[in-house]
Every structure is written in structure tokens, then in C-alpha cells.
Write a protein that binds this ligand. Structure first.
Ligand code: HEM
Length: 490
């Protein structure tokens, strides 16, 4: 038997000698080439990390982390354990360096547009529009940002605070009256969206709001998709949704220009500049692309932060009690049923610390991506032109050298002054979040009404994160049940 098998084997080797040799040689050459490539490419700089095969790199590990309930930041966390604070990797064909320090953040933020810039992503420009703040080059960015800024300054937000407060009070009362469990994330997404659409363009009609929200979600999903117009793809749906939105915005502008409608809102303040020189006004496509940008940039971020504040305060009763005490003592000096004013919000020092601590711990935007325009060194780490550098806000916010017991929710830590660039939830430099004031007042009003009017129980304590989300959010959405505070109750 054995002899026969040996003979068969010899016969096979003899007959297929050429093919077997070619196969063995190909495998050997591929193996050696891949080893050599890894050695050459990782020897390009002193930053440790694994670049793997061209294009593929560590894309599969990244996608696997993104699809898990630990969230995409787990990819970064694991590599930091392997390589230390600075590491590089390759994702979707691009080399990425995660920048973990305040010094690195400072260098990149202060050299934004000069040594670093946002990378051009075709799907993003197609979806949100070429005139969006997220896509325009430096000169237009400066002008557009200047012209967009006024309605988002603290002074201009007093009308927004009152409207948002009234909307929130009514909705919380209804939910408490129902006595049923509801998901904070769904609630805060709708609340943030409705409040923004009212502030930006006075849209309050429910069916129009729903249509705009559906379309904005499709646009947002298309921003980082593969740009091919094939029906059914995220990109295709996003481009179609964008077209509908532009038509809706265009019609609104026309109705206002011919005097059929007029409101006191963001859109009207842009149209009031119609007769100004071109450097002092936005053209229609700039207005429309940035209306869309503001809605997309503002809704999911603020809603996620609201959800995390509920979760963190539930887990930290001492902080919740201190916040409630502050809010109740503030309200005692006000008439029954009076709305909140900007001045009231300035009298919430502990509330503001809760907002900051929520943003530090939740890291709604995990890191801020840029591309190096030239070779550049940060703390001795050599970055090559064309590499992607990600300012790792999460790493900075969890650094024990900057924050004692960083995993502990402790708003009072903000009694102390922060080291420069150690607290960067809204970024810094020329691209600092345009909605920073709006986000802060929204969260303060939310925390005020929640803690001064209600107590709540969290109905699902599952800590898992939503899969495939670039903003960390609880998979459960944080369902809660509200109970109204009784008179004199703390
Ligand atoms: C808690 C809520 C929010 C957080 C944590 C947040 C965070 C950020 C961060 C970190 C950036 C800079 C990103 C970078 O440097 O790459 C940014 C930019 C931006 N945010 Fe926010 N944001 C929030 C709410 C809002 C709101 C409510 C609006 C709109 C009303 C808004 C509009 C924008 C815009 C337009 C930009 C781009 C600015 C530019 O490129 O010049 N954000 N945001």
C-alpha cells in the first residue's frame, strides 16, 4: 500500500513538476516581498506600528472593531497597548498616525491650513456640498465662517434658549405624564433636530421636519461612502436626498426673497445681506450647503452628549444630587413657569462642570483627522507628507497625567484650570466647533429641566456601544422612566 502511494506521489511530482515549482516559487516570492515591503515601509519613520500589505494594511481589524459593541476606538486602544502612545497604522490605503499629546494637538491646531489640512473626501463634498465649511479651501473658509458666526454668538442665542426651553418642558411633561419608558437617544435626536430647524429656518411643521430629517440622515450616511451612483447604495441615496433638500431650501429662499414669508432666524439674517458686496455675503449655494452642514454637524453630536449626561449622572448620584441642588436653588428666585434666560445659564457653575465632564468622558468626536501637507516632526516623531494625523482627543481626555482617575465622572475636577489643549471636545484653532455656544446652552437647559423637575431610572444598564457608529452611543439608546419631583423633594 505504502509503496504504491509513494510511487503515485513520485509520478505526480514528475508529471506536474513545472506547475509545482511555479507555485512554490510564487508563494515564496510573495512572502519575501511582503516581508520586505513591511520592513521598508515601517522603517520610514521612528513611529512604531504595523502597516501590513499595501492598501489593505490593518483595514480589516479596524472594520472589525467598528462592527463590535466595544466601538471603533478599541482599535486604537489595543494598538496603544502594543506600541505605546505613538503608533501608526494603514487603513484603506492611507497611513494614519494617532497623535496622543497636548503638544501634538497644539502643533496641529495652530498649523491648520498651513502644515495640515482636512483631507479631501469626494463622497463628503458630493453629499454635504462643495461650499460647506467642511470642504472649502482656507480663503473661502475664513470668509464663510466669519459670515456664519454671528447667529451662533452667545448674545444671539437668547431667543434660541427660550424656544428650546419651552419645547423641552412640554415634551418632558408629556413623557412623564405617559409614565412609560422612553429612549433618551431617540428623544434627544428629535429634540436637537427640531430645535435646530426652528432656529435656522423656522421650520416647525411636523411632516416637513420628518422629511428633512430623513434626508439629512441619508446625506450623513453618504458622507463616508464609496462614491458610485448605483441605486440602493448609501452614496446614491445620499445624493438623491441632497437634491431634495437643496430644492426645499431653494424654495424657502425664493419665498422669502419675494416677500411671501419672513422670519427672525438664521436664514433671514443671511438674506438680509443680499445688497452687500460679495465679500460680505454668502451666495445661495454657500447658504444652502452650510444650512445642511450645520444640521448634520449639530444634531447627532448634541444628542449623543445629552444621552451620555443622563447615563453618567445616573451612575454618579452624588454629582446628580449636587446638580439638582444648584438647579433648584436657582429656580427658587424665579417666577413659577418662567422660561430660562441666558443670564440664568450663567448662574449654573456646577451645571457647566457637568457639561464639561460629560464631554470629556463621552468623546462624542473621538479624534480629529488631518493630512500632513509637508514632512513634519512632532516631539521627535517624523510624519511624512501625505500621512493622515488624527488628533486623539480621547487619549488626551483619558490621560492620567492630565486628569486624576480619568475614568471617574467627577465634574468638580473642573474647579482647577485646565492645561492648554488638554480639554478639546470642540477642537481648537480656525476650525473650532462653530456650534460650541449652542451646544453648551442646549445641554445646560436640558440638565436644568431634567434635574429640577424630575428623577429617573435607567431601564436598561447594558454598557455596549452601537455597532458601526462613528459617534460612540449606547446600543440601548439609554431607556429611562421619568418621575416628577414632588414639592420640596430633593
Ligand atoms: C456637544 C456637541 C458638539 C460637539 C462635541 C462638537 C464638536 C466639534 C468638533 C470637535 C469640531 C472640530 C472638528 C475638527 O477640528 O476636525 C466641530 C466642528 C464643527 N461643528 Fe461642532 N460640535 C457640537 C455641536 C455642534 C453644533 C450644535 C453645531 C451647529 C449648530 C456644530 C457645528 C459645527 C461646524 C459647522 C463645524 C465645522 C467648523 C469648521 O470647520 O470651521 N457643532 N464640532
Amino acid at each position: 500500500m505504502l509503496n504504491l502511494a509513494k510511487e503515485e506521489l513520485l509520478f505526480l511530482v514528475h508529471s506536474y513538476y513545472d506547475i509545482i515549482m511555479v507555485a512554490v516559487l510564487s508563494i515564496g516570492v510573495t512572502f519575501l516581498a511582503s516581508k520586505a515591503w513591511t520592513r521598508v515601509s515601517s522603517g520610514k519613520a521612528s513611529i512604531p506600528g504595523r502597516l501590513g500589505l499595501p492598501f489593505l494594511g490593518e483595514t480589516l481589524s479596524f472594520l472589525s472593531a467598528t462592527s463590535s459593541t466595544k466601538g471603533c476606538y478599541d482599535f486604537v486602544r489595543v494598538r496603544r497597548q502594543w506600541y505605546g502612545k505613538w503608533f501608526k497604522t494603514r487603513i484603506f490605503g492611507k497611513i494614519h498616525v494617532f497623535v496622543p499629546s497636548t503638544e501634538g494637538a497644539k502643533k496641529i491646531f495652530t498649523n491648520d491650513f498651513v502644515q495640515f489640512n482636512k483631507g479631501y473626501v469626494k463622497s463628503m463634498a458630493d453629499a454635504v456640498g462643495e461650499k460647506s465649511l467642511l470642504c472649502v479651501p482656507q480663503e473661502s473658509h475664513k470668509r464663510i465662517r466669519r459670515l456664519l458666526s454671528d447667529p451662533f454668538s452667545m448674545n444671539s442665542l437668547s431667543k434660541f434658549v427660550k424656544k428650546f426651553d419651552d419645547m423641552l418642558c412640554e415634551r418632558l411633561k408629556t413623557l412623564e405624564g405617559d409614565g412609560k419608558s422612553f429612549t433618551v437617544l431617540d428623544f434627544s435626536m428629535k429634540l436637537a433636530f427640531d430645535a435646530m430647524c426652528d432656529m435656522l429656518m423656522s421650520v416647525t411643521d411636523d411632516s416637513l421636519l420628518q422629511q428633512i430629517e430623513r434626508d439629512c440622515t441619508d446625506v450623513s450616511n453618504a458622507m463616508l461612502s464609496f462614491p458610485v451612483m448605483i441605486p440602493g447604495t448609501r452614496y446614491y441615496k445620499g445624493i438623491k436626498a441632497r437634491k431634495r433638500l437643496m430644492e426645499t431650501f431653494g424654495e424657502m429662499i425664493t419665498r422669502r426673497r419675494c416677500g411671501k414669508e419672513s422670519h427672525e432666524d438664521f436664514l433671514q439674517s443671511m438674506l438680509l445681506r443680499d445688497s452687500y458686496p460679495s465679500s460680505e455675503k454668502l451666495d445661495d449655494s454657500e447658504i444652502m450647503d452650510n444650512l445642511l452642514t450645520l444640521i448634520i454637524a449639530g444634531q447627532t453630536t448634541t444628542a449623543a452628549a445629552m444621552m451620555w449626561s443622563v447615563k453618567f449622572l445616573d451612575e454618579n448620584r452624588e454629582a446628580q444630587d449636587m446638580l439638582r441642588e444648584e438647579q433648584l436653588s436657582m429656580i427658587r428666585n424665579k417666577l413659577d413657569g418662567a422660561s430660562l434666560s441666558l443670564e440664568d445659564l450663567n448662574n449654573m457653575p456646577y451645571g457647566l462642570k457637568v457639561v464639561k465632564e460629560t464631554l470629556r468622558m463621552s468623546n462624542v468626536l473621538l479624534w480629529f483627522p488631518r493630512v500632513a501637507l509637508n514632512d513634519y516632526a512632532i516631539e521627535g516623531n517624523k510624519i511624512k507628507k501625505g500621512w493622515h494625523v488624527n488628533i486623539d482627543a480621547t487619549c488626551i481626555h483619558y490621560d492620567p497625567a492630565l486628569y486624576k482617575d480619568p475614568l471617574q465622572f467627577n465634574p468638580s475636577r473642573f474647579d482647577e484650570l485646565q492645561k492648554p489643549y488638554s480639554f478639546i471636545p470642540f477642537g481648537s484653532g480656525p476650525r473650532t466647533c462653530l456650534g460650541i455656544n449652542m451646544a453648551k446652552v442646549t445641554m445646560l437647559v436640558f440638565l436644568h429641566r431634567l434635574t429640577s423637575g424630575y428623577k429617573w431610572t435607567v431601564d436598561d444598564l447594558d454598557p455596549c456601544l452601537e455597532k458601526k457608529a462613528h459617534i460612540p452611543r449606547l446600543r440601548s439608546g439609554c431607556p429611562i422612566t421619568l418621575r416628577a419631583l414632588e414639592d420640596g423633594e430633593y
